[in-house]
Design a protein around this ligand. Sequence first.
Ligand SMILES: *Cc1c(COP(=O)(O)O)cnc(C)c1O
Length: 410
Amino acid sequence: MENANLLAIAEEFGSPIYVYDSEKIVSQYERLTGAFKQVKHVKLNYAVKALSNLAILKLMNSLGAGLDTVSIQEVKLGLLAGVEPANIIFTPNGVSLEEIEKVSEMGVQINIDNLSILEQFGTKHPDVPVCIRINPHVMAGGNSKISVGHIDSKFGISIHQIPHILRIVENTGMNINGIHMHTGSDILDVDVFLYASEILFETAKNFKNLDFIDFGSGFKVPYKEGDIETNIEEFGEKLTKRFNTFCKEYGKELILGFEPGKFLVSEAGYFLAKVNVVKQTTSTVFAGIDSGFNHLIRPMFYDSYHGIINVSNPKGRERFYSIVGYICETDTFATNRRILEITEGDILAFKNAGAYCFSMASNYNSRFRPAEVLWHNNKAHLIRKRETFDDITKNQIDIDIFNKVEVPAS
Ligand SMILES: *Cc1c(COP(=O)(O)O)cnc(C)c1O
């Protein structure tokens, strides 16, 4: 997308606003499937939690992607977007047996990540095929909050508990049709991923009726110049070779699955905000925008980096700025950034704003959540209205008891 397109969208629909470039999503999808074109059956299940707007889910569906979901509400969004239940996998952590049963009744593939639920579900529904989420105990991930495969992680069933899994499977007569791992976001090293994959292949040999092996996600995308990103082409080549060999040994062409979120949508997204105030202090120049961590929490939550450009002043000279939000506590998006000279009223564009940005937005400080726009075939489509004051109040119940003056009986 051109900066001028972004500026025009902010002018037409107001700020703050999220914008997604469908072309980038399509090219990322094609890049990942292209890296595995030598595997007979490849399935990408888009991780809905990254960005869950119905228009995005419909776009994924049109590309042939399935969905990876973590709540019954995400499953319902997928169905509403027209995705077939058989194209949805449910990979929750710590949800109730009741929720898993309800999702299973919808015809969605269940992925279980603890022995307690596995035993209960298998006992009650031995006929429903189930995938098992394995924790291979491989340390990977860019930040402790998104690194989920290590030994202390709450996710998955430990590889050391395979004997226990097998006993449950045997006792209940349940059918395991898939094996899954998801070691966490930001895998830098292809060899670490391949090492974890070996553990998954070893595990898979214990199950005779598999249809698929799901390698989760963790593809790193660049956030700033010089960032290392997962080398998808190298990864595809290496894992393809290994996967095809495994299928031969196993005696069946299995489906190779992934569940990318960030890889598909991160770089497609821009967050546009307007500069309300430029404030010179003794140590820096702050640019205060009409938004805060209520709309984009990743810098405060994960220390994540988002490139920021001033789309209103393309010919300006660069100066150093600290970009801050309007929330009444520390609310810093960036410090010491070189940005084209900012004047109050300018529109700043935050890059990599497709994944875990709008989907993590809240109403903190009683602010409205932003609007969302999909840029498709050179046209801006509004895909979510900006909230209004009614959205802030609609579920509140006015109990109307504090303003009555009680007059004591004389
Ligand atoms: C969050 C999540 C993903 C997506 O991770 P990304 O880093 O966004 O690609 C995939 N699988 C599961 C089970 C997840 O919880």
